[in-house]
Each structure stands twice: as structure tokens, then as C-alpha cells.
Ligand binder design. Structure first.
Ligand code: SAH
Ligand code: SF4
Length: 394
């Protein structure tokens, strides 16, 4: 089935600006938005570009949150900024650290909702897994986030804010006068937390623009990976308007199984999805797409599945990331046995694809892929609802 128009989602998005008379949060505004806002606040047109560069440097390079500390601006201008703007991050209400060093932050956003952000330190890099929505409107039957009823889109500021709060916690902002430290603790960002990023396209795009900007948080577009369950109409736009790396939650090799695991497949099936993916590397000028494949015992993990997978993706520059299923309370699946995962990986590898098996990280604090769901969000689906959506009796 093909569909060209994005399906509308009944999701609340907060207005970007505060109501009349309120101050505007600078965090997450794109260059154009901030420039316009500075002019509206009384900055002369011809100075706006320079002021924007100065402010961005304080906010995103030095991590400064107080206009009074912006010493290269005049006192009057600092006061003007203070009366029109804020520099606000979402609040970290809880932080858990796993035995393996993974950190999970419970982050409170406007309206009292909560999302989770996870920092995963590795030998040569540190990956921050950020959320794009509270919960998710999609109901993938193996995903804990999909069982959360309440959903709201995060604003661009709340998305950028997750990167900044992690840098706060890790003590990563440079200090004036100290030698420049080139090691970045947050060296990579993955949009693999809660939510479907392509159902919150504009905010995710604007946030990534700030994260990628050479005067913003300066992470290169090749260090950002957006994971989607397969929202076909937004894939070409992602290439053109964001240009980051793409991961796709593939998870099955027949429409029959994928319909159950990733129900959005009923709208855009495997063939439609693959056609959209074929164009991505060229449009985004990136090397390859990551196919994520969660290993579910007896569901999608046979040798025949591995062989079908290889056939399906023929011609697409790809890497296949096998994710051992991470369990959560009430989950209707089990993780495939280790031998099975290795046998599956071997078939893919022999067909010429990299097939890394993702090591579960932070399982002891429920921070692994698909385990995120802010426990404090009370609206939950029952086990029966989860099972019914998965097409499983009981
Ligand atoms: N909504 C986006 C991004 C968030 S999920 C998407 O679906 O792609 C990030 C990855 O974790 C996806 O590949 C998702 O399918 C996978 N995942 C979800 N639940 C999981 C679980 N319980 N165990 C392992 N991986 C899971
Ligand atoms: Fe949403 Fe992704 Fe979870 Fe599916 S796997 S329910 S799209 S967060």
C-alpha cells in the first residue's frame, strides 16, 4: 500500500513561543527564529546576526545560562535580553547509573510530563540516546514505550535540552582559560529513545539543526542517527532537510509478521518502505542505512528469515544491527537464544553485510533499547491490550 500524505497524529505540540508577555526560551530556536526574535525584542537589524553568534557561543559553546555572564555584550543589552528571553532546560528529576556506566535521566518537561534520556559510554565514544515524544502513538508489540498511552510531541528546545543536560551532568562544558579538550563525552546522538521522531518532524529537524550547527552544539551530521519505524512520506524529507544517518526498525521479513511487530507496516508495507530507503543514501549523501532487527524467539529469528532479509535489502548499502530483545514487565516475547542470534548473524555476514549484535546496555536500570517508559506516567495499557495489539491470544 502506498500513501503520500503523512497521516495526522492526534498529538499535542506545545506552542514554540510563550504567551504574549512571557519570555521566549532561546534553547532550540533555529538561527532564523532567534534572529527574528532578537529583532522583535529591539536589536537593530544590522546587528542581529552578530548578536546571534555571540549568544549562541555563550549558550552552546560555554553552556552559560545567565545573560549577566555574557560579558562581551553591553550591560543594557544583557538587561534587554533578560527581559525578553530565558535559557531553560528541562529538569532532571532522577538519574540512575548502571553497573556498566550507562546513565539514565528522567527528565521533566512542561506540563509535568516525563521522558527518558540515556547516556552510553563506550571506549572511543559516548552516545546519547534522546527522546522525541512522551510515549509513542505507534504500538510496536515488543516495545515498552508503545504501551504508554499518553503522548505529546517534544518541542525543539526540549530535544536540544536533552543534549545540554547530559553535558551538564558529565561536566563537559569548557571552562574559559583552560586548554581546549577535544575529547567529547557526548560524541554521538541517536534519536532512539521514546517516540517516533518522524511523527514530530519539524521539531526534530529544528533541534538537529542547532545540534549540528558549527556555532551550535557542533556535532557533525554523521554523528547523528535517527531511527524510524518506517514513516515513508517523511524519509526523503529527512534526507533533504536533516541529512543525518538513518536507522530503520525493520524487524521482520514478511508483511504478515511485520504487521504484528510494527503495526505501521499495515500503512506502509515492506516493499513501500524499501523503495523509500533505496533513495536515502543518495539524497542524504550518506554511506549506508542501518537496519535494526530485534531478535524475538521463534518469531523472526529463523535461518529462512535471515536469508529473506538479505534478499530484501539487496542493492541498498546497509548494515544490519541485531538487537537481542530486551524484556520488560508483561512483554509478550522472549529473547532469542544466543546460538540462534549468532547463526542469524553468520548468514548475514556471509552475504557481505556487517551484522553487529548490539550489546544490551543499562539493563539493570531499564535503560536498554525499548525499555524506556517513564514509570510515573500512570496511564498504561493492560497486558490484555498489549497482547491484543500484538495479535496474540490472551
Ligand atoms: N520509534 C523509533 C525509535 C525508538 S526505538 C523506532 O521505532 O525506530 C529504538 C529501537 O529499539 C528501535 O529499533 C526499536 O524497534 C527497538 N526496540 C524497541 N523495543 C525493544 C525491545 N524491547 N528490545 C530491543 N529493542 C527494542
Ligand atoms: Fe514507537 Fe519505536 Fe517503540 Fe514502535 S519501537 S512503539 S515506533 S518507540
Amino acid at each position: 500500500m502506498t500513501a503520500t500524505a503523512p497521516i495526522t497524529q492526534d498529538v499535542l505540540t506545545l506552542p514554540r513561543k510563550l504567551p504574549e508577555g512571557g519570555r521566549i526560551n532561546i534553547v532550540g530556536l533555529t538561527r532564523d527564529q532567534l534572529r527574528d526574535a532578537l529583532i522583535a525584542a529591539g536589536t537593530p537589524d544590522r546587528q542581529a546576526k552578530m548578536r546571534l553568534g555571540q549568544i549562541w557561543q555563550w549558550v552552546y559553546h560555554w553552556g552559560i545560562r545567565d545573560f549577566a555572564a555574557m560579558t562581551n555584550l553591553s550591560k543594557d543589552y544583557r538587561a534587554l535580553l533578560d527581559s525578553h528571553f530565558t535559557i531553560d532546560l528541562p529538569e532532571v528529576v532522577d538519574r540512575q547509573i548502571s553497573a556498566d556506566g550507562t546513565r539514565k535521566y528522567l527528565v521533566r518537561i512542561a506540563g509535568g510530563h516525563e521522558v527518558e534520556t540515556v547516556y552510553i559510554p563506550e571506549e572511543n565514544r559516548g552516545t546519547l540516546c534522546i527522546s522525541s515524544q512522551v510515549g509513542c502513538t505507534l504500538t510496536c508489540s515488543f516495545c515498552h514505550t508503545g504501551t504508554q498511552k499518553l503522548v505529546r510531541n517534544l518541542t525543539a528546545g526540549e530535544i536540544v535540552g536533552q543534549v545540554m543536560l547530559a553535558r551538564d551532568d558529565l561536566g563537559e562544558w569548557p571552562r574559559p582559560g583552560e586548554p581546549k579538550d577535544e575529547t567529547r563525552l557526548v560524541s554521538n546522538v541517536v534519536l532512539m529513545g521514546m517516540g517516533e521522531p518522524l511523527y514530530n518532524f519539524e521539531n526534530v529537524r529544528d533541534a538537529m539543526k542547532v545540534v549540528m550547527d558549527h556555532e551550535g552544539l557542533t556535532l557533525s551530521r554523521r554523528r547523528i542517527t535517527l531511527s524510524t519505524s518506517g514513516i515513508v512520506p517523511e524519509i526523503a524529507r529527512t534526507a533533504e532537510e536533516i541529512g543525518c544517518l538513518l536507522a530503520v526498525s525493520f524487524h521482520a521479513t514478511t508483511d504478515e509478521v511485520r504487521d504484528k511487530l510494527v503495526p505501521v507496516n499495515k500503512k506502509w508495507n515492506i516493499e513501500t518502505l524499501l523503495n523509500a530507503l533505496r533513495d536515502y543514501p543518495r539524497l542524504s549523501n550518506s554511506e549506508r542505512i542501518t537496519f535494526e532487527y530485534v531478535m524475538l524467539k521463534g518469531v523472526n529469528d529463523s535461518d529462512a528469515d535471515a536469508r529473506r532479509l538479505v534478499k530484501l535489502i539487496a542493492g541498498i548499502p546497509a548494515k544490519i544491527n541485531l538487537i537481542p530483545f530486551n524484556e520488560w514487565p508483561g512483554a509478550p516475547y522472549q529473547r532469542s537464544d544466543w546460538d540462534r542470534i549468532e547463526a542469524f548473524a553468520d548468514i548475514i555476514y556471509k552475504a557481505g553485510y556487517a551484522s553487529p549484535i548490539r550489546t544490551p546496555r543499562g539493563e539493570d536500570i531499564m535503560a536498554a533499547c525499548g525499555q524506556l517508559k517513564s514509570a510515573t506516567e500512570r496511564a498504561r495499557k493492560s497486558r490484555a491490550e498489549i497482547a491484543a495489539e500484538a495479535g496474540i491470544a490472551g
